[in-house]
Ligand binder design. Sequence first.
Ligand SMILES: [Zn+2]
Length: 455
Amino acid sequence: MRWLILLTVTSGALTTLSLAEACAQVDYKAGVAKAIITPEPGLWLAGYAGRNKPAEGKANDLYAKVLALEDSQGTRLVLVTLDVIGLPRELSEEMYQDIRHKTHLPRAAVVFACSHTHCSPVIYGNLSDMYPLPPDQPEKLKKYREFLRQTVVRLVSDALADLKPAHLSYGEGMARFAINRRQHTERGVIIGQNPQGPVDHSVPVLRVASPDGKLRAIAFGYACHNTTLDFYQYCGDYAGFAQDYLEEKYPGAVALFWTGCGGDANPHPRRSLELAQKHGRELADAVAATLSQNLTPLRGHFRAAYSTISLPLDKLPSIEELQAQALSKTYAEQARAKRLLKQLETQGKLDDHYPHYPVQVWRLGDDLRWIMLGGEVLVDYALRFKKDYGPQRTWVMGYANDVMAYIPSVRVLKEGGYEADSSMIYYGFPAKWSPLIEDLIVREVHALMKQLDKD
Ligand SMILES: [Zn+2]
């Protein structure tokens, strides 16, 4: 009871714990680490095909951050958050192998989460056919990729070395600036605004505090593209500003952002620095409001599972179709067609599956489930899993471990549009996904969850 009394006499920067929360605490530990990953000006910026020059400066810094958690049995989980567009599988595998070498953590215990900010440098190997890169860029981008790998591996060690007794609790707020962007028109589905379309406005929050009540970390999510901005400055977009505001408000705490199933959501309105800051403020306020409520304490042990599944593609293009696309005036379409024609020549066939789709699930104690999926996952998946496992205690992350493509639902694959069809060009796939993928992903999540429930 000693620190309960302490809490009553110190307020201010401290967030209050309910009596129930205070009594239910079990022996968790937490450690944090962070580093700036903003490069020097001059790297090509990710996310938009239309950019025609490299970054000229920065509006705020990009970060890599790590939250390490440990339960009373010594089971550890590591959340890595990055203000980058997305990681190719090869890079997160390299990072994990280095981490495993140093820490012996199993693959399921480590997740790499990306904010998908479109004002971060190209991660070499991701969205390979999107960018018309000038000849000096590949070497610079490979160097940045290596810097990122080494930084993340070091931060994971630092966060594990920082493990100290901690109280963990969670809750959920709401922010309303995300809008479904799949606008239905006579010409089909375009990227615009669809206020009637499904969207996930929830703001899941994990609070990490030291036994004296001082906030040490806040991990929070939101399901929306970080695309307020499309300028030539490095910037974390709304998620970067939300993290900055929270770290200002709670000195000494590390704020970590992860992206939900925001593949079909954009911030609204957008396209100015002021709007990115305004959305960041709204999100930070939603997190702060959640922290000021009675959060639910975590109880019980950690469990984690990870697997990769093979996802099938739809009908592959013919050689004639590829030859026609190789003459396209669109850079990405031409680049992809030429690469695929070469593949046909050397391998004799095109890949009709993506063999490494990552599915990861964590149980944080007895109540909270965290599903982490690769790719730019569309909102239908989050809504479905929240129905299956219960809202408020089911979190669904997209852009985790490997951002290889959009991950549309069957509904969206039928409707068509960027997330279903044309985005596959930028990601270098020969065809869109088969409608079977939704069921395959959902079944794998259920299977892994069942496995954790048995443990
Ligand atoms: Zn995207």
